[in-house]
Design a protein around this ligand. Structure first.
Ligand code: DGJ
Length: 717
């Protein structure tokens, strides 16, 4: 709901359990409140600056500006930076107008949240203007009927006579004055999204990516929580970005001690010239308030991402159980070898065979052929069609790997178009994994990629695509742009990429797309808008994966995470974990295998078959149900647990990390069950009330060996 008190100039936005209140005083848009839902009433008497309301001559630093800019002594974090033709960056935004309407407009060229029916969302748009330069902005706020998520974005229009230079475009949100801790997801390649929690200091805290991708190192997600907040209690304020490029997210503590949380384009690698009459659409940020701990945050964000970010035919479909050949064969395969793996996959019930990197050009290692999307007939005689037909004859779907944003210097494409990559004239083109990046800001390059990939998808019975991206930008500039626009390249790249993704995914609606960036280097709501799942990490070690999937689950639903059973010793860590534990960890996401199934023992094949049967039985609960973290995999604790629940059943997964001597039996308390309902796990001979399962817990054996795991499945009787 959105309430507008025109007389007092107050906007009160309400979701099911939060309120977000704005007000206008002397033309200045002020943030008045964000937090637990409160009644709609006149908030002005409660504002501390009430006595000074008539005059804004005092330093703007003391005002809770909704769009902080460089103006009248405001020194805090800026949501909007504009350098004008006079060379200064003063921006005095004053309220002009507003509109409130049902539904939500799409953001031109950018991914964004959406409401399927108009009545499911209400949008407030507020126009503000800087009279001197003619810079106009429209702030957009959408509340959703079924979600505690507020979607925000900013559109900037140059109504003046001179060009403007944008330097900062951020969504800024103020929190009530209090002590907080900051939670963010830190990582690196193969160890993405580990949960980090630090006290908020009287300082500015920033995480960012300048890589041209959201990145492995920092996820575009920040949460501020009250100290002592746990999984199940405490206030959580979170923000995330519906964008996949470089970003910056920060917490700036003002002179009053209250935090300003911001999320937006990374100012280090972003400038945008706005000629008279031109407009710029900033990416969307999602704000979520949860009064009931970190699980409360996940319980709000997971269904939101599933229903208001992900799109397409596969959004609500059970995700196929796949077998991918990457760790099984790497580049060393031919059609017969792949079919042998697929046959074994079909025998244990897999539904999709994915051929990974190495099927095109002369790519027998990672040194060539990116850009040459022509099948290697030596490896695959008869091409994708022949192989696809052999796979589908086994009763499985057929999927392929592509990396369309890249170009190998050793490729026909590069020989024909050496200028098609991002580069800086007169400087070396820095390769990474022997490849360069196509300049996706160029329309001709976008059209080439669309044509090439659509051609491939028409070449065979392909119903799944893994869209990879294996390096970040070094010389991230497009020489085609005039010098004063070069710093626009990274954002133009993203706009180009989004155009390509929109074209390709909408042309092949039956295809399930999974995004990937050296594992989870672009795990964000921007990519999830086009592709409903992401390869979580190149680290398939079961023990490591618990941390990665646990951190990822803070915000992203399990239906967005690819999770595969791989061989031991693990290729990333050398660790040996039991086969069943590898299956039980992979059950925490979109389940698959990534090994040479022809090398499994009979016993392992039997376990694999059983795991596939279980995933088929339970995947509705795991992909669409409520996911709750029960025990965090903190160092020293030695164990982790999570739970999936829907109206019919509860699935509980428990993982032991390292065992230890003299371990004792213990109890695991479940969460969120109906107290009086009866739940039964026949395999473990447990039948009792939800109340008992939550308060007394289920008896857990003393761990006996490293990396044991247990899965319980309770049916509601
Ligand atoms: C990186 C991906 O994350 C892997 O799964 C695999 O597809 C390789 N790229 C292939 O080059």
């Amino acid at each position: 709901m959105i309430f507008f008190d025109q007389q007092r100039m107050v906007f009160h936005l309400q979701g099911p359990s939060y309120s977000y209140v704005l007000g206008v005083r002397d033309g200045v848009l002020l943030h008045l409140y964000w937090g637990k839902k409160i009644p709609v009433e006149n908030p002005w008497p409660l504002m501390a600056f009430q006595g000074d309301a008539a005059s804004f001559d005092l330093a703007f630093s003391r005002l809770p500006l909704e769009v902080p800019t460089q103006e009248r002594g405001y020194f805090g974090g800026r949501a909007l930076g504009i350098i004008n033709s006079q060379g200064d960056d003063v921006v005095s935004l004053r309220y002009q107008d507003c509109r409130i309407f049902s539904g939500k407009r799409p953001l031109s060229g950018l991914p964004a949240s959406y409401a399927e029916r108009e009545e499911d969302a209400r949008t407030l748009e507020i126009d503000m203007k800087d009279q001197l330069t003619g810079a106009c902005i429209t702030l957009s706020y959408t509340v959703f009927r079924d979600a505690d998520v507020l979607a925000r974005s900013m559109y900037i229009l140059n109504e003046g006579d001179d060009p403007l230079l944008l330097s900062d475009v951020q969504a800024a949100a103020r929190l009530p004055l209090d002590d907080y801790e900051i939670i963010h997801l830190k990582g690196a390649w193969a160890r993405e999204r580990h949960v980090k929690r630090i006290p908020m200091a009287q300082a500015t805290f920033t995480i960012s990516s300048r890589r041209g991708a959201s990145g492995h190192e920092n996820n575009p997600f920040l949460a501020l929580v009250k100290p002592h907040t746990t999984e199940d209690q405490g206030d959580v304020y979170a923000m995330t970005h519906v964008y996949s490029g470089s970003f910056s997210a920060s917490v700036d503590v003002g002179i009053d001690g209250a935090p300003l949380m911001m999320m937006g384009l990374c100012p280090d690698v972003f400038r945008w010239k706005l000629a008279p009459g031109e407009g710029f659409q900033g990416p969307e940020a999602l704000l979520c308030f949860a009064p009931d701990g970190l699980n409360g945050l996940s319980h709000r964000m997971h269904p939101f991402i599933r229903r208001h970010i992900c799109r397409g035919q596969w959004r609500d479909q059970p995700r196929p159980i796949l077998i991918n050949n990457w760790e099984g064969t790497y580049f060393d395969f031919n059609a017969d070898k792949l079919v042998a793996i697929a046959e074994q996959g079909a025998r244990i019930g897999c539904e999709l065979f994915v051929m990974d990197d190495g099927w095109f050009g002369k790519r027998n290692d990672d040194r060539s052929s990116l850009g040459d999307w022509v099948v290697n007939e030596e490896k695959l005689p008869g091409g994708l069609k022949a192989l696809g037909e052999r796979i589908t004859a086994l009763g499985m779907r057929f999927g392929i790997w592509v990396e369309p944003e890249m170009i190998s210097p050793d490729s026909d494409l590069y020989r024909a178009h050496p200028d098609w990559c991002l580069h800086v004239e007169g400087r070396d083109r820095t390769p990474a994994r022997n490849q360069l990046i196509l300049d996706m800001s160029r329309k001709d390059v976008q059209d080439y990629v669309i044509g090439a990939i659509c051609g491939v998808l028409r070449d065979g019975p392909i119903s799944y695509v893994k869209w990879d991206m294996n390096r970040n930008m070094a010389e991230g500039f497009s020489p085609l742009l005039p010098p004063e626009r070069r710093m626009e390249t990274q954002h133009r790249y993203m706009l180009g990429l989004y155009r390509v993704l929109e074209e390709i995914t909408s042309s092949f609606p039956h295809v399930l797309f999974e995004s990937c960036s050296g594992g989870g280097g672009r795990f964000d709501c921007g990519m999830l808008h086009y592709m409903p799942q992401t390869w979580t990490s190149d680290d398939t070690d079961a023990s490591e994966r618990i941390h990665i999937q646990y951190g990822t689950s803070l915000i992203y639903p399990c239906s967005a995470m690819g999770a595969h059973v791989s061989a031991v010793p693990n290729h990333q860590t050398g660790r040996i974990t039991p086969f069943l534990t590898r299956c039980n960890v992979a059950m925490g996401g979109n389940f698959g295998f990534e090994l040479d199934l022809t090398k499994l023992t009979e016993q392992e094949l039997a376990w694999a078959k059983e795991a596939v049967e279980n995933v088929k039985k339970y995947r509705h609960t795991m992909q669409q149900g409520v996911y709750t973290r029960l025990i965090a995999p903190a160092p020293g604790k030695g164990r982790a647990a999570w739970q999936f629940q829907d109206e019919k059943r509860v699935i509980v997964c428990v993982y032991q990390d390292r065992s230890f001597p003299n371990a004792q039996p213990w109890r695991l308390r479940l969460s969120g069950l109906e107290e009086d309902a009866v739940y039964e796990d026949q395999a473990h001979h447990i039948r009792c009330s939800g109340g008992a399962l939550m308060e007394m817990g289920i008896p857990m054996p003393a761990p006996w060996q490293d990396f044991e795991s247990w899965v319980y499945c309770f049916e509601k009787v």
